[in-house]
Design a protein around this ligand. Structure first.
Ligand code: ATP
Length: 236
């Protein structure tokens, strides 16, 4: 589904991606992990065409994405911070995004799942952070696309909404979708991820199953595995 070769990106003197090679087959949940500032969002934005790499290539379903934009019709993206104008009401925003994408959408079941009915006529500026995130999740999941890219989807969610999100993500996997998810919530990764992609200092430190990462680090849980990677780097 996604092929990345020798991807490099720097911002001024800051070399963020130092040659990323990645192959993500279609179907399944891929968790993109790594410390703050390790380049997870930069990697995701490169796939979305929102960051232009300095070097390397990215292909989606066998076609290079550079200078094309139509491929974006086949993916749904949840940004880490979605900045919609605060004076728009939730119902209007959903309508606007539907008009923009011109794709069949199924928002009603999602509004129900996240219990958003009481908020439909409220302005975004009057919503709590968690409720805004639920609205953003509706905007992301309401379209049927083969690839979903979710940047910190759990952000601000209460436990009940987190359960709803996990249910939703698993349903998408059952439907054969590919999900690329960044998160710092390790329990979430342990519960939903089929594969882990661990970014460290601009390179892929590990790609594979969670059990493979535990084996590589000699640990019994993800929290300790990540602590082991960090201290290994500090000692190096
Ligand atoms: N547009 C930009 N201009 C300059 N520097 C940037 C830009 N975008 C990202 N960076 C820098 O690139 C590095 C990687 O940032 P990025 O947001 O990709 O990390 P991340 O792994 O997603 O971090 P976090 O876990 O904190 O969300 C950081 O040092 C950041 O300051």
């Amino acid at each position: 589904m996604i092929q990345i070769q020798d991807l490099q990106k720097r911002f001024g003197k800051n070399e963020v991606l130092k040659g990323i090679d990645l192959e993500i087959p279609a179907g399944g949940i891929y968790a993109v992990l790594g410390p703050n500032g390790s380049g997870k969002t930069t990697l995701i934005k490169s796939v979305l065409g929102l960051v232009i790499p300095d070097k390397g290539s990215i292909s989606l379903s066998g076609e290079r994405i550079r200078n094309r934009w139509r491929y974006r019709e086949a993916l749904n993206y949840l940004p880490q911070i979605a900045n919609f104008p605060g004076n728009i009401r939730v119902r209007e925003l959903i309508g606007m995004i539907k008009d923009l994408r011109q794709k069949r959408s199924e928002e009603a079941a999602l509004i129900e799942l996240f219990r958003l009915q009481p908020f439909l006529d409220k302005k975004l500026s009057n919503l709590s952070g968690g409720t805004k995130q639920k609205v953003n999740l509706v905007l992301t999941f309401m379209f049927d696309s083969p690839l979903l890219i979710l940047d910190e989807p759990t952000s601000g969610l209460d436990p009940a909404s987190l359960l709803s999100l996990k249910k939703l993500i698993r349903k998408e996997r059952e439907n054969g979708k590919t999900l690329l998810v960044t998160t710092h919530i390790l329990q979430f990764v342990e519960e939903i991820a089929d594969q882990v992609i661990y970014l460290l200092e601009g390179k892929i430190y590990y790609q594979g199953t969670l059990s493979g990462l535990l084996e590589k680090t000699g640990q019994t849980d993800l929290e300790h595995a990540i602590a082991a990677i960090t201290s290994e780097k500090q000692d190096a």
